[in-house]
Design a protein. Structure first.
Length: 742
């Protein structure tokens, strides 16, 4: 049987199971569908694997499935393209093709996304079609308590759930949620058994003594974690990894806090040496990378709020060595640092970055903990558990849920203001009507209109989050996430149905810097210096500056964020604070504990830029937007100190993550390391929240575009993720190349 035929057989089995349990309690329906998915969807053990557990990489995805918050799909999903491609290329028998076609017909209206789209109120859909903001449906940012998993193990979790199920039954409550959790744990046991049997079979078949030894130990580990909580680092990693794979959760937690004690105990007892422990982490890193989830894949080490600091630091240093020696784009190792921390952590982090790795990403706890307390409205204890997931959004480790399901494009709000709710061409509606801008006599009128555009869409996007949570609660229980989230088991509710302690929303922004620079240009050129009229500026934008070269030069020369310019930086602060504080003010209106914006662009700045008309900052139509919270490529002209001063001015207490991409030459690290460290320390002391650093030689990127075969291991920071430079689209490569190199 071909691997694709096996894959599609599983998809048919999941579909039939869903149909059979369609009206059952959501937890039971999900558990039964998960059983149809696993272990069938799992891939075989490969030579070199130290841990069992592989599923199809993200870009290949599972054809049909459920319960996996943010990996192959959302809740109940069907990827028609996978099935359609197989129907057309695999040469299946007519009867089998008909079964597949019937499956596709069934899921077309039955996937969670399709049902949600059909259920949206008309008032929402008619406004969402405009261009300043838009939404998707997903559940991202789930982060279970992996520490609880490896401490209690499967037996301890079963005991805990059974106790709560018994209590719920005794008080006449609905015990089916607990039944679903127990079925999920039983499935995890079966997955361990499946791989244990496979490891023993392969060990009996192989003639490679080294591989046989690894397979035998793997089987012993899999047996052990079913019977008792993990007792060694290898057992803890194996349980963690199978949980990650069966759940579909793509972020890996504060790994030093839940693996540090295992590492220390194994080293002290002689079970592991430093080199054998490193080998385990290298194997885990390679499995994470083959999973291929580039926009997530976070491992966080360091930071405040750790109870086992010495052991955790030991693990953190080993994790950095694994990142240095496994030259891959994942995992996204992240270091949270603070004053009083073991200085070896930062020293080692900079050593690794200096070798050309884009990791660890650096986050400043001396600023971020206080900021999270204010933004999320939580106590210090919870704020110390903040976790940058995905492209840089914050969540609270196993406590909060705030899926970033919406996008606000402030630059298009500026366009909508200038053209009274339409785009620059007049061809389509873009936002709400705010009046003829030619009649505005002051910049305050412009900014008031801009706020109305942004506010109207932020209300709409927040409403979408509230509707989505209600809908999700009926559809799916997300059993594996709920099992390890604070309060879900105690309350008998899933993470989307009132079980999660802190439930909120986050909204991604694209083009925030461009919006601020455009508003600065309007204020400076039209109202302060009176070098242009709004009518003339609008004509230049509508023409994409064709025939308006002098006007474009004025706009390009207007003050820009990133140069320590009081006016430009002040506008950026004003634009950022407005959107962030407005979102915070309407959280309660929509039943949310928090409602926050993030500015964490991945390559979305390029994608969104392609679909954005010319703007008053001098940017031509189709050109990339600024990446994250950093200036538009090449617009920071006053040096690294000026750039970092600008970045540090943005108020961090009202958002859920702004990212800063910085590009440095290798000379800075090799010859001027002391100077670089002083600059970086000053930036963080002034309030800098984080830094994502790429280190490359001057001209190296240009050479990589010309001779890609010679630069296969050149890894760069794109935005909220990293990639091999030669594998990126050409326009994304050019955007990275155009960023200022310090």
């Amino acid at each position: 049987m071909s691997s694709m035929k096996k894959h599609l057989d599983t998809a048919l089995s999941v579909t039939e199971t869903y149909q059979r349990y369609r009206t059952a309690h959501s937890a039971v329906r999900e558990a039964m569908c998960l059983r149809a998915m696993f272990p069938a969807y799992f891939l075989d053990i490969r030579k070199g694997d130290l841990f069992a557990g592989r599923t199809p990489a993200w870009e290949r995805r599972m054809a049909v499935g459920c319960g996996r918050p943010e990996n192959e799909g959302f809740a109940y999903f069907c990827h028609e393209d996978i099935v359609r491609s197989a129907i057309e290329s695999e040469g299946f028998e007519p009867a089998y093709r008909r079964r597949l076609e019937c499956m596709l017909d069934y899921w077309r209206d039955e996937t969670t996304k399709a049902k949600f789209a059909a259920a949206l109120p008309e008032e929402y859909t008619k406004n969402e079609a405009l261009g300043v903001g838009n939404c998707t449906i997903r559940l991202s940012g789930t982060l279970p308590d992996y520490g609880k998993l490896v401490t209690l193990g499967i037996p301890g979790l079963v005991k805990q759930v059974r106790a709560h199920k018994k209590a719920a039954s005794q008080r006449g409550g609905n015990a089916q949620f607990y039944e679903g959790l127990l079925m999920a744990l039983e499935l995890l046991e079966d997955v361990c058994g499946h791989y244990c049997a496979e490891a023993r079979r392969l060990a009996a078949e192989t003639t490679d003594s080294g591989f046989r030894e690894e397979l035998t130990e793997m089987a012993q580990v899999l047996d052990a974690i079913v019977a008792a909580p993990p007792g060694t680092l290898r057992e803890a990693i194996q349980l963690f990894w199978l949980y990650v794979e069966v759940s579909g959760i793509p972020n890996y937690g504060r790994m030093d806090t839940f693996f540090g004690d295992f590492l220390a105990a194994d080293l002290e007892s002689g079970i592991l040496t430093e080199s054998s422990a490193l080998r385990l982490l290298q194997a885990l890193w390679r499995l994470i990378c083959q999973r291929s989830i580039p926009f997530n894949s976070r491992i966080v080490v360091g930071g405040r709020g750790r109870s086992n600091v010495e052991n955790a630091d030991r693990f953190a240093l080993l994790a950095m060595e694994a990142t240095r020696t496994v030259v891959e784009t994942e995992p996204q190792l992240t270091l949270r640092f603070h004053s009083g921390m073991n200085p070896a952590l930062m020293q080692t982090a900079l050593d690794v970055v200096g070798e050309g790795r884009p990791y660890p990403i650096l986050y400043n706890d001396d600023v971020n903990v206080e900021a999270v307390m204010n933004a999320f409205g939580v106590c210090r204890e919870l704020a110390e558990q903040y976790y940058p997931f995905g492209c840089g959004e914050y969540t609270l480790d196993h406590t909060s849920l705030g899926s970033p399901n919406s996008v606000i494009e402030p630059l298009k709000a500026v366009e909508a203001v200038l053209f009274n709710g339409r785009d620059a061409t007049g061809a389509r509606p873009l936002g709400i009507a705010t009046g003829d801008s030619d009649a505005f006599t002051s910049f305050d009128q412009v900014f008031d209109a801009y706020k109305k555009q942004v506010d109207s869409f932020l209300d709409l996007l927040t409403w979408h989050h509230a509707i989505e949570y209600e809908f999700e609660a009926r559809e799916c229980s997300f059993l594996y996430a709920s099992l390890l989230y604070d309060d879900c088991v105690a309350r008998g509710k899933s993470i989307v149905d009132g079980g999660c302690r802190v439930r909120g929303a986050t909204h991604e922004s694209f083009g925030l810097v461009n919006a601020a620079d455009s508003l600065t240009a309007i204020k400076t050129l039209v109202f302060d210096r009176k070098l242009l009229t709004l009518e003339r500026m609008k004509a230049a934008l509508a023409a994409d500056f064709e025939g308006y070269e002098a006007e474009r030069r004025l706009m390009l020369d207007a003050p820009k964020f990133g140069n320590d310019d009081a006016e430009a930086d002040g506008m950026m602060q004003r634009v950022s604070d407005h959107a962030c504080t407005y979102l915070m003010s309407i959280a309660g209106k929509y039943g949310l504990d928090y409602n926050l914006m993030v500015n964490i662009n991945n390559h979305g700045n390029v994608d969104k830029g392609r679909a954005t008309n010319a703007s008053a900052d001098g940017r031509r139509a189709g050109e990339p937007l600024a990446n994250g919270n950093t200036p538009t490529a090449g617009r920071d002209r006053n040096g690294i100190t000026a750039l970092l001063n600008s970045l540090a001015k943005i108020n961090p207490t009202v958002h859920a993550g702004y990212v800063h991409n910085l590009k440095f030459g290798k000379t800075m690290f090799a010859k001027d390391r002391t100077k670089f460290t002083m600059i970086l320390n000053t930036y963080f002391a002034k309030g800098g929240t984080q830094a994502m650093i790429t280190v490359v030689d001057r001209g190296e990127l240009e050479k990589a575009m010309q001779r890609p075969e010679e630069y296969q291991n050149l890894i760069v920071r794109v935005g909220g993720f990293s990639a091999r430079f030669v594998e990126l689209p050409a326009d994304v490569q050019r955007d990275i190349m155009n960023r200022t190199l310090y």
